[in-house]
Design a protein around this ligand. Structure first.
Ligand code: 3PG
Length: 306
């Protein structure tokens, strides 16, 4: 059995060592395709793979078509919008993710960017503190819960909106549940996005919501660029010079935003939320273990294309 790790943005070397140990320990072969620059490299590498570990790498019908032995794809991470689930199902391929394994890393970056925005992008002027400020968490999944935990240390007033999460879970974390998306934006100076990119959420955060934010509003996006209506966001930022946007994903209009709103926007060069050795080890090794458990015992607890 051949397991391919295909990562355009590679794991830390120590995580790859851990993955190798798990895969080879189970008697399988590990193949590595890191930092590939062309889809053709992925198509060639996957041709004889039985299992595939990826990150944000795109698994399209074309990839599935050329991999007749493929049985399982594990997205080492949370979001699986990069995998064509319907096509995987049609090809008889199981898709899994590794929820929670990289969420602390993403949550820590939220605060890296929140402090940066509060201190005026470190431009030397007098900024503000996070203590006693309001923070709205948009979706209370694994990352949102870690954000809430860390926000407690900063002394922030935290609320969260998540129609899929019972109020008791939110309350148990010391967070106030919010039941309308408008209230979340209206009542929080900081809003941190943790919604997945789905048909329901695509372009769902734009003018109508961001314009409700209080004075000095900061929108933090470590989720996906697709959830933002970029034109709508730019319109609010045009009208409201107090609003800032910091994101772990370069928007399509990044150059325009940087030029129009200097000192009010920040984008990482490449998605970096999960880019820590700890997160790579956690997610990478979890992915390897899930593959072994699936190939050996048919374990499919983390399957997302059911
Ligand atoms: C995720 O969905 O797990 C995060 O966005 C991390 O993605 P990455 O593995 O491409 O860094």
């Amino acid at each position: 059995m051949k397991v391919l790790v295909a990562t355009e943005k590679p794991f830390a070397a120590v995580a790859v060592d851990g993955i190798r140990e798990v895969i080879e320990g189970a008697g399988y072969t590990l193949d590595l395709l890191e930092k590939y620059t062309d889809k053709a490299q992925l198509l060639a590498a996957v041709a004889d793979a039985d299992a595939l570990i990826i990150r944000s790498d795109k698994v399209t019908p074309e990839v599935l078509d050329v991999a007749p032995n493929l049985k399982i794809v594990v997205r080492a991470g949370a979001g699986y919008d990069n995998v064509d689930l319907a096509s995987a199902t049609a090809h008889g391929v199981v898709v899994q993710n590794t929820p929670g394994q990289n969420s602390n890393a993403v949550a820590e970056l939220v605060f890296g960017m929140a402090v940066m925005a509060a201190r005026n992008m470190y431009d030397g002027t007098s900024g503000s503190e996070l203590k006693n400020k309001t923070l709205g968490i948009h979706a209370f999944g694994q990352v949102g819960r870690n954000v809430a935990r860390i926000a407690g240390g900063f002394g922030m007033k935290v609320s969260a909106l998540d129609p899929y999460c019972p109020d008791e879970v939110i309350t148990a974390a010391g967070v106030s549940p919010v039941h309308s998306v408008e209230d979340l934006y209206r009542n929080n100076r900081y809003v941190s996005l943790h919604i997945p990119a789905t048909d329901e959420t695509r372009r769902s955060v734009g003018y109508d919501l961001v314009s409700l934010m209080p004075k000095g509003g900061v929108l933090i996006n470590t989720a996906r660029k697709e959830v933002i209506d970029e034109e709508g966001l730019m319109k609010v930022m045009d009208e409201r010079p107090d609003i800032k946007y910091v994101a772990d994903i370069r928007p399509d209009v990044a150059d325009e935003m940087l030029q129009k709103f200097p000192g009010r926007v920040f984008f990482t060069p490449k998605k970096m939320g999960a880019q820590t050795s700890e997160a790579n080890i956690n997610a990478g090794i979890a992915a390897a273990r899930q593959i072994v458990a699936f190939l050996r015992d048919g374990e499919n607890r983390f399957q997302v294309n059911k």
